[in-house]
Design a protein around this ligand. Structure first.
Ligand code: PEP
Ligand code: MG
Length: 316
């Protein structure tokens, strides 16, 4: 039965009543693209560009090398959407030549966009390479920054994109609670939001994503996390802009329905999860997803949130 459901699940992501929720793939480089195409991804919702920087521990890859890698990914989705995240160095993704070695709390230190603003040459080369890679392609390029804390961060990133002559939409990842709480202010500077729920959970619960002992607090069903998702999605709606999810949360089919009910406009996940999420989403209407989302937010724990959403969706 499961196989049949998956086989029947093709085409764009949508609820039973036709509310569209584009299902996008998370990729770490050109090697992941065939699986995304195979799974019927409607585009790339998170292109993690760190892989390019892992070959050489002393310097950033050349502009030419970057253009080549970006072009391979962009060409795989002609006329589709490709959301590229600029380098997210530091904390769980340290890079020798960029990450300060002496920080007592690397996850709270100079990482993500903070690193790039301290090394404007690295950001500029990456943005220029993206602009060149997209030249002449019909692809719908979006570029986003990791670890945006506030409007000033969003502005600094958007300015850098404009200075590099990038013809793309500029966005901010919501991975820090301050960005979710003040999403409307962040949206004055950028055109879309993308929730990185892995880091957003880490920072909301003060629970290191690399420490198994605190994994209970990393559960994306935590109602506090759902509240921050809702705030971000509501702000984006009020500003007429989009708000996707590209963290692990999007790959849980039931949670994908809840996120849709919270107002999230696209879901990006590892390609292997796309058929499952598509098959589950198509079983429920938007109104059912909204009721499941309200029930989950009314709960007091991740476990209760999950069972409350499940109960609503199975009509109990
Ligand atoms: C996230 O934090 O949810 C995210 C998508 O980014 P990464 O896992 O690469 O930090
Ligand atoms: Mg992150």
């Amino acid at each position: 039965e499961r196989k049949a459901a998956l086989a029947a699940s093709t085409g764009p992501g949508a609820t039973a009543d036709g509310h569209k929720v584009p299902l996008l793939a998370n990729v770490g480089g050109p090697a992941d693209v065939p699986a995304a195409v195979e799974a019927g991804a409607e585009g790339i919702g998170l292109f993690r560009t760190e892989f390019l920087f892992l070959d050489d521990s002393k310097k950033a890859p050349s502009e030419e090398k970057q253009v080549e890698a970006y072009r391979q990914v962009l060409e795989a989705f002609p006329e589709g959407r490709v959301v590229v995240r600029v380098l997210d160095a530091g904390a769980d993704k340290p890079l020798d030549f960029l990450t300060p070695a002496d920080e007592p709390n690397p996850a709270l230190g100079v990482r993500g966009l903070r690193t790039l603003l301290d090394h404007p040459d690295v950001l500029r080369t990456q943005l220029t390479a993206l602009a060149k890679a997209a030249e002449g392609l019909p692809v719908y390029l979006e570029v986003m920054a990791p670890m945006v804390a506030d409007r000033a961060d969003a502005k600094a990133f958007a300015d850098a994109c404009r200075d590099a002559g990038l013809q793309a939409k500029f966005g901010a990842m919501v991975e820090i609670p301050s960005a979710a709480l003040r999403a409307r202010s962040v949206l004055q500077e950028v055109e879309f939001l993308s929730l990185g729920t892995n880091d957003l959970a880490q920072y909301t619960f003060a629970a290191d994503r690399q420490v198994g002992a605190v994994s209970r607090l990393q559960d994306p069903w935590q109602p506090a996390l759902l509240d921050l998702v809702a705030l971000s999605a509501e702000a984006a709606k009020a500003e007429g802009k989009s708000c996707g999810v590209c963290g692990e949360a999007a790959s849980d089919p039931l949670l994908a329905c809840v996120l849709t009910g919270l107002g999230v406009t696209s879901l990006s996940m590892g390609s292997a999860s796309i058929p499952y999420v598509r098959a589950t989403l198509t079983k429920y209407t938007l109104a059912q997803c909204e009721r499941a989302a309200a029930a989950a937010r009314a709960a007091d724990s991740a476990e209760e949130a999950r069972s409350a959403a499940q109960a609503v969706l199975s009509g109990e």
